[in-house]
Design a protein around this ligand. Structure first.
Ligand SMILES: [Zn+2]
Length: 338
């Protein structure tokens, strides 16, 4: 009976496999960014493209195990009032002068964290520390990806304040999983960013301004689709799971005029720009000299024995995502390469 109940509860928890762009999109973003790098970098990154791709999702897995991780993935810009996204301090030390750190963390520190990760990556390049370069590059790709998702910039992150529960996973997971095959991911060569911290805030601002259409068009379409047309069932991990129907997904994608594809492309370009900028700022270390070094890249281990009770972006309204379910999901359901 207990096992049966666990399985039933896991059914409700399955949407959580798709966190922040969804695992599929995060991997895609990191992988594609490698192809925009200049000749001095691409050999090294291509050699480790498997690591960069697979570890694109580690920051999401870390959220349950490492205190202080969860708030790095979002910013509730509207929790600071109207138009706050234009006014919030661009640098972390400036933000700390105005707001208590606890408040900043409770509303998410996404954009500031991107910049701090960028600085750490620059230092790793200076040391020619292969493990750190790869881990931080993978992490940075994830965080930049998240900052290009409109629903990562709002306190209404899963439509829970506007009766649109589930929109988070719909936008960032269901749409790319169904439609990314048709996307054109060519973004050109990486550019040097004079002020990366401003670049990430520009992305956050742009993503936040897209929020209106994200919510508005879903509401509009929902009024045109009956429930049985809006949703369908698909097998996920051997379990029949309710998902947004293909028809509804395509209609939404068209109404948004390719917004998801655009945001994914922006993320890819930005990841390449940030990696490239870190390398330049580190004094352009010779990465080709690292290509032939055989290293055993350590697999990051997560301790889920006491999973943290962190924000779920796309859980269910009735609070079924308890920490025990989270643990069950992370240990039993999640598999690399899914
Ligand atoms: Zn994330």
């Amino acid at each position: 009976m207990k096992n049966f109940l666990s399985i039933i509860l896991l059914c409700f928890f399955i949407p959580a496999e798709t966190k922040g762009w969804g695992f599929f999109a995060h991997r895609k973003i990191n992988r594609q960014a490698v192809y925009s790098l200049p000749p001095e970098m691409i050999g090294f990154f291509k050699q480790h493209i498997g690591y960069i791709t697979e570890n694109a999702v580690n920051p999401d897995r870390r959220r349950y195990a490492v205190l202080g991780e969860a708030e790095k993935h979002y910013i509730d810009a509207d929790a600071y009032g109207d138009s706050a996204v234009f006014k919030l301090p661009r640098y972390w030390h400036q933000a700390l002068e105005i707001f208590p750190e606890e408040e900043l963390r409770s509303k998410g520190i996404g954009p500031w964290n991107v910049y701090l990760t960028q600085l750490s990556l620059t230092e790793a390049f200076k040391r020619k520390d292969i493990n750190s370069i790869l881990r931080l590059s993978a992490d940075l790709g994830h965080y930049i990806g998240d900052m290009n998702v409109p629903l990562h910039t709002t306190k209404n992150y899963n439509g829970q304040l506007t009766n649109q529960y589930g929109i988070h996973g719909f936008w960032e997971s269901r749409i790319p999983e169904l439609l990314a095959e048709e996307y054109d991911f060519f973004v050109g060569k990486a550019d040097y960013l004079e002020r990366p911290q401003y670049a990430i805030w520009d992305a956050v601002t742009q993503a936040h301004m897209a929020l209106d259409s994200v919510l508005h068009f879903e509401r509009l379409l929902s009024s045109r689709f009956t429930e049985d047309k809006k949703y369908s069932y698909e097998e996920r991990g051997g379990i029949n799971t309710q998902v947004y129907s293909k028809e509804f997904t395509k209609a939404y994608h068209e109404m948004l005029d390719g917004q998801v594809e655009r945001q994914m492309k922006r993320a890819i370009k930005m990841v390449a720009d940030f990696w490239y900028t870190a390398w330049i700022n580190a004094g352009q270390p010779d990465l080709n000299a690292l290509v032939n070094i055989q290293t055993e890249l350590p697999e990051e281990k997560f301790d889920y024995s006491k999973p943290l009770d962190v924000r779920e972006h796309d859980d269910l309204a009735d609070g079924q995502s308890s920490s025990s379910l989270r643990k069950a999901f992370l240990t039993a359901i999640w598999r690399p390469g899914l």
